[in-house]
Design a protein around this ligand. Structure first.
Ligand SMILES: Nc1nc2c(ncn2[C@@H]2O[C@H](COP(=O)(O)OP(=O)(O)OP(=O)(O)O)[C@@H](O)[C@H]2O)c(=O)[nH]1
Ligand SMILES: [Mg+2]
Length: 226
């Protein structure tokens, strides 16, 4: 009985900080994306493939969350863009205050695209707004096509489903059409890309999606300025 009001208070506080972040991102025309998945679905791998595709002049930055270790930040720092690890020390999700703190010594004027890798968890991160323009969910083909039905919240809230590890489809009993159908039964307008971070199949489609979102933001900013 006590749990519900307390949870609501924490989330209200988070929403307040997230709204402030969203406003700052809008002021600086930053596209912020929040990547969410179970542990090991391939969030860091997707970010590695994404960063390696960018020219060094791109104004991209990454925040990556984990309960322990700086492993993901080390993997991503190799590409030469600003990367910071947020180690939550036990908390199963990132919250808006963690993002605010992590950004304190970064100049937002220098960033166009902020990619956030959330803690590996398909449940808790879906409740926390980080001020992002969109949540993206990664599901790999080793996890079962029923996951959108079992964990509907994150599939309902995500704009894009990235179906990863399609190179493993010949070896695992995963019905990819059923996974997509399940996902659209939870979220009718879900956009979907199929990728392999191993073979790079489908990555062009993901990068094109990213490009469209960045282009739409640039056009909206130019229209607002004129
Ligand atoms: N076969 C195959 N393996 C992949 C693919 N993408 C990632 N992996 C492997 O899956 C494992 C987990 O990938 P990560 O990128 O670390 O996953 P993650 O979602 O960042 O994991 P956490 O940060 O721990 O939640 C690694 O061994 C990757 O090499 C893929 O497309 N195909
Ligand atoms: Mg990772």
């Amino acid at each position: 009985m006590e749990r519900v009001p307390l949870e609501r208070k924490v989330l209200n506080e988070n929403d307040r900080i997230a709204a402030g972040l969203r406003e700052r991102f809008a002021q600086h025309n930053i596209l912020c994306l929040n990547l969410i998945s179970s542990p090991g679905s391939g969030k860091t791998s997707l970010l590695e493939r994404t960063l390696e595709s960018f020219d060094r002049s791109e104004r991209v930055a990454v925040l990556t969350g984990d309960i322990q270790t700086e492993n993901d930040a080390k993997r991503l720092a190799r590409f030469g863009f600003p990367v910071k690890q947020i180690t939550t020390g036990g908390t199963c999700h990132l919250d808006a205050r963690m993002i605010e703190r992590a950004l304190f010594d970064w100049s937002l004027e220098d960033i166009d695209l902020l990619l956030i890798e959330n803690v590996g968890n398909l449940v808790c991160p879906s409740s926390y707004d980080l001020g992002e323009a969109a949540k993206l969910v990664v599901l790999s083909v080793t996890e079962g096509e029923d996951k959108p039905l079992k964990y509907p919240s994150i599939f309902f809230k995500s704009q894009l489903l990235i179906l990863n590890k399609i190179d493993l489809l010949p070896y695992v009993p995963f019905d990819i059409a059923a996974a997509e159908q399940n996902s659209r039964s939870v979220h009718r307008d879900m956009e979907i890309v199929r990728v392999s971070c191993q073979t790079r199949e489908g990555l062009a489609e993901w990068l094109a999606w990213l490009d469209r979102k960045r282009g739409a933001l640039r056009s909206a900013a130019a229209a607002a300025a004129s």
